[in-house]
Design a protein. Structure first.
Length: 217
């Protein structure tokens, strides 16, 4: 049986989901089009090319857009998003992987100084990892099982008590450790960061490798 993220979604009996009609989306685009084309900063980015120095590797979750969380603008950051913000182990056989390709492109072709892996609470992808249901015929199942946790944290932050959120912290550390071993990263001066965003409080934590703990930012 294939893993479905739907079964791990927040279950609020009275949950109200915002429905966006495609026509409304196009109207919003037309209203914003003028703003995009009249901003001097945007025009510069369009005409002179993009050159952000920050890259985010974030989850596909609709609530964790780095540009919105950090109040960023058009052309400010590179963003790579995937289920559960996973960075798989480097594969020397160069099998097809969008994450590896994006990291290689960004590092080799830009002036990036920092890469931030942004994990978050209430992650459906991490919940799927915890289900222990591995169906090799499922792309989703195969993806989340690339991030097998080999080492548990000694202690979790006091305000993170949900087992799935605790697993999300460990998954984030695992991705961080995987990223360090990419050849493009090992030979660069790029600074790596592992940050954890708590949806319910908008709090942000950073992983400190020397003490194997997350601290508040």
């Amino acid at each position: 049986m294939a893993i479905s993220l739907k079964i791990f979604a927040d279950r609020g009996a009275e949950m109200k989901r915002k429905y966006i009609d495609v026509k409304e989306l196009l109207l919003a685009y037309k209203e914003n089009k003028t703003n995009i084309l009249t901003s001097e900063k945007n025009i510069t980015a369009i005409n002179e090319g993009q050159n952000p120095n920050i890259m985010f590797i974030a989850c596909c979750d609709s609530r964790t857009d780095p540009a919105l969380i950090f109040n960023l603008d058009f052309g400010d950051i590179f963003t790579l998003r995937s289920i559960a913000n996973i960075v798989p182990e480097y594969d020397p056989t160069h099998s097809i992987c969008g994450t590896s390709a994006a990291i290689e492109f960004i590092v080799d072709n830009t002036n990036i100084t920092d890469i931030i892996i942004l994990g978050h609470s209430k992650c459906a992808g991490v919940a799927a990892m915890c289900s222990h249901n591995h169906d090799t015929s499922s792309n989703l199942s195969n993806w989340i099982n690339t991030n097998k946790i080999n080492q548990k944290m000694d202690a979790y932050p006091e305000d993170i008590t949900n087992p799935i959120d605790q697993h999300a912290l460990e998954s984030l550390i695992h991705s961080y450790q995987n990223l360090r071993l990419y050849p493009q990263i090992k030979t660069s001066k790029i600074q790596l960061h592992a940050w954890f965003y708590q949806l319910e409080s908008a709090a942000l934590k950073s992983y400190e490798e020397q003490i194997n703990q997350f601290i508040d930012l």
